[in-house]
Design a protein around this ligand. Structure first.
Ligand code: KG4
Ligand code: ZN
Length: 334
């Protein structure tokens, strides 16, 4: 039997400081997440400089706790896998510098991880049997991509948003409606009591598989200004989710036909959305497709998913140099 591979994942691209130990890319031994959401809440969104400073304050404690919880020492780790992009540059640099220092001091390989590849890899932890090829809908606060996952480290982007990311649209709509930050979880909750057919919001489609969410965001803003206190927030949240989910699932089905796969996964913070999960399951059943989504804690930012993607890079021989730099707008496959 081959030796187990332990990867230390380090994530600091936005407002979560997270460190995890994952065995063979699939089994979580620890996944410590120090969230800064409460700090950023009062500003209505993430303040980059504050995020960086909090990462600096937290990171060494989070590394220590992740190793302790996994009951391993740094000597037992096979690869140190930090997110190096995309994300907020100052925030990324904290996790990346920590990883470089650990790799240098412990003489372990450094394996840089693309944050979105991490979100995709969250599915390997939840679904031990999931293997490429498949289609992945990545929907997070900063990205909305349709990705053909051809192999563990081979990705092709089939469609992307031309303006706002889906999560960004959730956050902006919540802000306009006075629901606070982050917007996704609260809209998810309010929509459960609403009627999705009350407000007819615009859907945007293109010839190809791209998305656009700025039109629907502006439509909600205009409605809020026009209707003021007559607005039914629950109905609007449900109508917004209905429209967004319809745009996402329409392109998912188009993409499945285009590339001829029978498996679809969803990933990223918005994949925690209960209505999207329910609808994806339904279109899977209707179209004979297997549908995968990560358990809730692995949908939003965490280091276990980064360690899982790091494992795939490590096994493919994709080792980074110690002069690896943070790349705020890193493209998939770079
Ligand atoms: O993946 P993530 O943690 O960070 C990025 O990489 O961007 O995603 C955060 C996004 C936020 O926009 C948040 O509002 C959204 O995920 N989100 C949700 C839900 N939970 C988090 N959106 C819809 N429904 C949810 N339940
Ligand atoms: Zn993310």
């Amino acid at each position: 039997m081959s030796k187990d591979i332990l990867c230390l994942g380090i994530e600091s691209s936005c407002d979560e400081t997270s460190v995890a130990v994952v065995k063979n890319g699939r089994e979580v031994l620890s996944n410590v997440i120090a969230t800064q959401i409460d700090i950023h809440k009062k500003y209505g969104g993430v303040v980059p400089e504050i995020a960086s400073r909090n990462h600096v304050e937290n990171i060494t404690y989070v590394v220590k706790e992740a190793l302790e919880k996994a009951s391993v020492s740094i000597d037992e780790i096979d690869a140190i896998c930090p997110t190096y992009g995309p994300g907020l540059v100052g925030a990324l640099l904290v996790g990346l510098s920590t990883a470089k220092a650990l790799a240098y001091a412990s003489k372990k390989p450094l394996v840089g991880v693309h944050h979105i590849e991490g979100h995709i890899a969250a599915n390997y932890i939840t679904h031990k049997d999931l293997k490429p090829p498949y289609l992945c809908l990545v929907v997070s606060g900063g990205h909305s991509h349709l990705v053909h996952v051809k192999d563990y480290t081979d990705f092709e982007i089939l469609g992307r948003t031309r303006d706002d990311a889906v999560g960004e649209a959730f956050d902006k709509v919540a802000r306009v409606l006075g629901l606070g930050y982050p917007g996704g979880p609260v809209i998810d909750k309010r929509a459960k009591n609403g009627n999705p057919h009350v407000y007819n919001l615009p859907r945007t489609y293109f010839e190809n598989l791209d998305f656009s969410f700025s039109g629907i965001k502006t439509a909600v803003l205009n409605l809020a200004n026009k209707e003021k206190e007559n607005l039914n927030i629950d109905d609007l949240c449900a109508s917004f989710e209905e429209a967004v989910t319809e745009m996402l699932t329409t392109n998912v089905l188009k993409a499945v036909k285009q590339i001829g796969v029978n498996k679809i996964a969803i990933a990223g913070g918005v994949s925690a959305n209960s209505y999207l999960r329910e609808r994806m399951k339904k279109i899977g059943e209707e179209n004979g497709l297997e549908v995968y989504y990560p358990e809730l804690v692995l949908c939003t930012d965490n280091a276990a998913m980064i360690a899982a993607a790091g494992y795939n890079n490590f096994m493919a021989g994709k080792i980074s140099e110690l002069n690896l730099n943070a790349v705020p707008n890193l493209k998939i496959g770079d």
